[in-house]
Design a protein around this ligand. Structure first.
Ligand SMILES: CC(C)(COP(=O)(O)OP(=O)(O)OC[C@H]1O[C@@H](n2cnc3c(N)ncnc32)[C@H](O)[C@@H]1OP(=O)(O)O)[C@@H](O)C(=O)NCCC(=O)NCCS
Length: 146
């Protein structure tokens, strides 16, 4: 298994893994998002490849937060159900940590749905500590007028 930077042609595999988790996306949306992310130096997108197959992916984003300073947040992480408990997630997070240190962040954060029970075993096993519990509010906005 290797962890490597994502490429535009990983979009299909990334979309399939996201759909496994309940986030279906049209392939063309994943291609255009991935293309934009790969061109942005504040974004990290890496995949885990095993025997030629993408079995996991991670996205992390670096940004300056007024209250807390410069930090990196893991905003997406999925390992294929069939590839779990083999260290793939650990390797992906390790890559995010290395990148975060390299870009000068002192904190790596991740928010994870309380329903994802495995992730609440996973992150503590990797040395993360639970910082707070919060609700996520969302409002759908109208499209910008031309
Ligand atoms: C959470 C997730 C990414 C973990 O990936 P993974 O490749 O299976 O994790 P690893 O094999 O690297 O596990 C590292 C350690 O975490 C802990 N761990 C991981 N999954 C666990 C589980 N289901 N139960 C208990 N401990 C677990 C273990 O300590 C494990 O080490 P060990 O196998 O030597 O005991 C994966 O289960 C997943 O994709 N889940 C669905 C999506 C999700 O929850 N994403 C995170 C939201 S941000």
């Amino acid at each position: 298994m290797i962890v490597r930077p994502a490429r535009a042609d990983d979009a299909g595999a990334i979309a399939r893994l996201s759909a496994e988790l309940g986030y279906p996306a049209a392939p063309e949306d994943t291609v255009s998002r991935l293309t934009a992310l790969l061109a942005d130096e504040r974004q990290l997108v890496v995949v885990a490849e095993d025997d030629g197959n993408v079995v996991g992916w991670l996205q992390a984003t670096a940004g300056l937060v007024l209250e807390s300073g410069f930090r990196v947040e893991i905003v997406g992480l999925v390992v294929a159900a069939a590839a779990r408990r083999r260290g793939v997630g650990r390797e992906l997070v390790h890559r995010a940590e290395t990148w975060a240190v390299g870009v000068g962040a002192r904190v790596l954060v991740v928010r994870s749905n309380i329903a994802r029970t495995e992730s609440h075993r996973f992150y503590p096993a990797l040395g993360f500590t639970a910082a707070k519990t919060q609700h996520v509010y969302r409002r759908i906005l109208p499209a910008a007028s031309a």
